[in-house]
Design a protein around this ligand. Sequence first.
Ligand code: BTN
Length: 266
Amino acid sequence: MSRQSTGHSCTHREKKTMERPYSLIALDEVDSTNNYLRRLDAPDSPCPLLVTAEYQTAGRGADTNRWESARGENLLFSLRVQPQALPARHMFAISEVAALALVTALTSFSEAPFTIKWPNDIYYGDSKVAGILIENDLQGAFVRRSVVGIGINVNQRRFLSDAPNPRSLADIVGHDLERRTVLERIMESFLHFFGQITDGTPDALDALHQHYKGHLYRMGEEHKFIDDTGMFCATIVDVEQSGHLILQDTECDRRRYEFKQLKYII
Ligand code: BTN
C-alpha cells in the first residue's frame, strides 16, 4: 500500500467555510479501503475519517464477492464515523444514510432516477452503479463506530468482471465526470443525513426511514424473486426499520427477509 497524501481537517483554527469537516487519507493502492480503516484502528474521534484509493487489490463486495474497479477511473472509499448515541437496533439507519447520500448526490449530476435496491445497492434502471459495504462495531446497546465502504462506477465504460449488470455514471450522463467533485458532493450529502440521526432521535430515524423507502427500487411492483423455497412472484410492500424486507406474494402471504436470504430476478 502506498500513501499518496494526507489531509487533516476538522480543525477549528481555520475559518468554517475553508474547513473540510472530515480527515482524509488518499492512497494510491491498497487491498481494500475498508480493511485499511479497520487495521488503522485510529483513536476514537467525532471527526469522520475518509480513506480513498485509486486501486484496490482485494476490494470486497457484499457477501463474499469481490469489488472490481479499473485503476483511477472510479471512486473507491471508506468513511469511518462514530455516532453519538445510535442504538444498535437502529444500525440499519447507517445503511439508509449512505444509500440516500448516493442517490441524492448522483441525481444532482444527471437528474436521472437513481434508486436503492434493497438493502443498499444504487441502481439506474436495472443496472448497478454503486455498492455499499458497511461494517459496524457495537459497544453495549449502541453503535460505537461504523466503516462505510462505497464503490461507485464513475468513468469506467467496459467492465470485465462477471458482475451481472454494472453501469457507470459517465455512461448514463454521456460524458466523464470529475471524480473529486462527485466525492465532495457525496460527502456533503452523507454528513447531512448522518447529522440527522447520530444522536438516535426516534423522529429523525423515522423520517430518514420514510425517505429511504421513497427511493426503493421496485417498490410496489410485482416481480420474480428466489428464496430458499425457490422462485416466486411477489410485490415489495415494506422495509422495516430493522432493515428486513417485506414482500407480499400472489397468495397474499407476507414474507420477511434478512439480507442474503433473497435474490431478485433482474
Ligand atoms: C457491493 O457488493 O455492492 C458492495 C461493494 C462495496 C465496494 C467498496 S469499494 C471501497 C470499499 N472497500 C472495499 O473493499 N469495499 C468497499
